[in-house]
Write a new protein. Sequence first.
Length: 205
Amino acid sequence: MSNDLTRRGFLGRASLYGSGFSLAMVTGLPLALEAASKSSAPESLTQTQWCTVEAMTGRLIPTGDTPGAIEANCVNFIDKALAHEEHAALGMVQQGLEALNQHCRDIRQKDFCELTPEQQDAVLMKLEDGNITGWPEGGVHSAQFFGLIRALTIMGFLADPKYGGNRGFAGWQVAGYPGPRHHQGGYSDAQMMGEETIRPVWDKK
């Protein structure tokens, strides 16, 4: 949650963070895809929830010399996934967001998205460690909530842009992935051997 983190190293551990999620997140999200193609407006989240999730994603993959989760519009991917294939997790996310904002109001008299980046990082570290004060008992555990948002953020950063995240191929550019296709429709032997440059999918020349 710091600009000092190496994004490629962080993203390289994505499979560890997302290993417990539904098969839909791995094989495709056709309903979320359709929703993302129609609108980037909130569908499952309220404006306050959207703001909170967006701020969380922005600290998980922060903006630095390269684009972060906010530029990649990861919140839109999360919103559409929760509205459709991952709807079963929506209640847990909403419960966690309310508990998170209530904690921030208790200690700072502000919602999470109104805090400074440094204050947000401090809260997220407590959230991840399960040491956040005043977290309601009997509901979603703070670490479980944090893990879900982290996994969805990484997925939104690296998924095909058609699903609503990875705007402008930001995630693929940061990860050094040229895309599943290229301008000639495939990779030549010379490109596979590193003898010729692979033109990434976002290169329109």
